[in-house]
Ligand binder design. Structure first.
Ligand code: MN3
Length: 199
């Protein structure tokens, strides 16, 4: 089944007062994410992957030994990553559901320590990639980071929260200040209800 660019679940300017501008959304969603969708569709046309779900394509094309992943993987995985990224942010005041607060406190000691670990993972990813809160196969919550477009599906993990740390995600609003972008993401942009729903 061909990939389709999902609409943002809010207006392009809905997160502007929270630190993610309309201009960032226009580039990031309308141009970057669309390019992953369009290029992915071109690359899978006529291959064994045509008609497969995005998850099947991501897992099936991930090369565990290659640093540079193939084009089908890169575009399919980035399509999946960005669809999640738009879903786990939102406008307005955010309240963390108590079951998520409890799970994060159990796993990391406190919500503040979880945020510290997550921000450190994103800031410490050399070059492009993602920071994640994942649920491992054994149910444990973990903070991880991945390079380029690699996503938690590749490791049998459930992604609860992901933050894009490619420069295109933050350079318009935060310039070179990736740590400030990450702190703002955690404090103002994450829709914790959507994260809890993924548990
Ligand atoms: Mn991106």
């Amino acid at each position: 089944m061909a990939f389709t660019l999902p609409d943002l679940p809010y207006a392009h300017d809905a997160l502007a007062s929270l630190g993610m501008s309309k201009e960032t959304m226009e580039y990031h969603h309308d141009i970057h994410h669309k390019a992953y969708v369009d290029n992915g569709n071109k690359l899978i046309a006529g291959t064994e992957w045509e008609g497969k779900s995005v998850e099947e394509i991501v897992v099936g094309t991930y090369n565990k030994t290659a640093v540079a992943q193939n084009g089908i993987f890169n575009n399919a995985s980035q399509h999946w990553n960005h669809a999640l990224f738009w879903e786990i942010m939102g406008p307005g005041e955010k309240k963390m559901p108590s079951e998520l607060e409890k799970a994060l406190t159990e796993a990391f000691g406190s919500v503040a320590k979880f945020k510290e670990d997550f921000a450190a993972a994103g800031a410490g990813q050399f070059g492009s990639g993602w920071a994640w809160l994942v649920k491992d196969a054994d149910g444990a919550l973990k903070v991880t980071k991945t390079e380029n477009g690699v996503n938690p599906l590749c490791f049998g993990q459930t992604a609860l929260l992901g933050c894009d740390v490619w420069e295109h995600s933050y350079y318009i609003d935060f310039r070179n200040k990736r740590p400030a972008y990450l702190t703002n993401f955690l404090d103002k942009l994450v829709n914790w209800e959507a994260v809890a729903a993924r548990m």
